[in-house]
Design a protein around this ligand. Sequence first.
Ligand code: BV8
Length: 246
Amino acid sequence: MEFKIIKDLGIDLSRDLHVVILTGAGISAESGVPVFRGRGSMWGNPTARRLASYAYPPWNNRGTWEFYEWRRQLVAKCSPNAAHYTIVEMESFFNSFCLITQNVDGLHRRAGSRNIVELHGNMWMGRCLKDGEIVELPETPLKSIPPLHSCGEALRPHVVQFGEPVLDFDRALREAMMANLFFVIGTSGVVSPARDLPLIALRMRAKVIEINPEETVLTPYVTVSIRGKAAEVLPRIWMEILKLAK
Ligand code: BV8
């Protein structure tokens, strides 16, 4: 099934394609990281619901950090899966490639992705509310809650909340506009402006492939939508592309 899809895309598969991948929480589902909406969502967990209710602006308060520290400790026990690693292989194969993720779990970086736009930030980093400096916070449990910046000010999680502008969107937009082949993997497509990127790529005549076990709001618009799990489908699609690429 995937073979025919790739062959029928009607594009010359080669290293020179500009390939862009947008991922959402679903790509980490098979690593054991809960998604945000639908089946297996984080909100089915009463601890997550309770802790999230204490998270509030200015985001460097105790409640916010206890919520993110709970998620950091959960993610620390998870590993990247075959879909994360396939994306690393794709990054080294194509001459122009960009990974854009909505995920804050850091699993793409742990798998080895380098050319990456983390639209919603990264829970393994903190941001100083005084001078805006971003610092790595790799250790869990944190030494103090809230963690402190070297300037003495408390850090907030370097994670974008609703109503805050996403990070590096100009770059993500440029990449979507230049894409010939755009994958959208494991996202419900409900959060903007991330969900606009595949639609912009489509408008610029890119072929857009969606991989998701369920239909999403993007499904009616994409070139082809494959029902399936990222860690199962993406490696098989990648094998077909390698066979066909000149
Ligand atoms: C902004 C915090 C402007 C980080 C998150 C009314 C209408 C339209 C838009 C709006 C509106 N009101 C407000 C808005 C804008 C708002 C928005 O889009 N709201 C939506 C919900 C209506 N967006 C924003 O506020 C953004 N900022 O617009 O700023 C601005 C500009 C200038 C100046 C000031 C302001 C900020 C968005 C960032 C929000 N941060 N969370 C955190 O703690 O993680 S959003 C949250 O949802 C996560 O970050 C997550 O990344 C994001 C998207 O979710 P998905 O990744 O898609 O995950 P989800 O669970 O939904 O879906 C999982 C999918 O995986 C499913 O489809 C499932 O089927 C699939 N799946 C499951 N298993 C697998 C799988 N797929 C493959 N394989 C599997 N095995």
